[in-house]
Design a protein around this ligand. Sequence first.
Ligand code: HEC
Length: 122
Amino acid sequence: MRLLGGFVAAAVVTAAFLAGTSAPAQDEPDAAELARGAEVYDYWCATCHSAGPNMPGTQALAAKYDDGRPAVLTERGDLTPERIAFFVRNGVSVMAPFRKTEVSDADLAALSAYIVDTARVD
Ligand code: HEC
């Protein structure tokens, strides 16, 4: 998984290089991608993973980690795009897997970039 991600990233960078464009580094998503990621998150994830009461995702993660890490997804500093993609595509507990017709691969990439970015402390 990690190896494949690295390969894809290398291929994308190489393709961008060959095309003569300057692609943003993979850990620096552009503003448009982050904005799209926020939209996807608000639409599909926020109903279960926001802060506050009656949030199944937030409550389950608070119990799972026993408050050892933030229960709100967008505050987690330890999530990688690979880990987010795994749960989104496979589901867990009451969280159903998301089909590509619901969250496309491009939207999943934007969503993951958004979640990782919101937790970053600059
Ligand atoms: C129906 C409510 C619901 C929705 C909608 C939902 N989730 Fe979840 N999610 C959960 C629950 C509940 C868990 C925790 C399950 C457990 O391990 O007990 C979870 C776990 C996760 C985890 C695993 C975190 C960890 O460390 O174990 C990730 C990542 C995640 N969700 C991402 C997302 C994303 C991204 C979306 C939107 C595309 C989403 N979820 C939508 C309920 C939801």
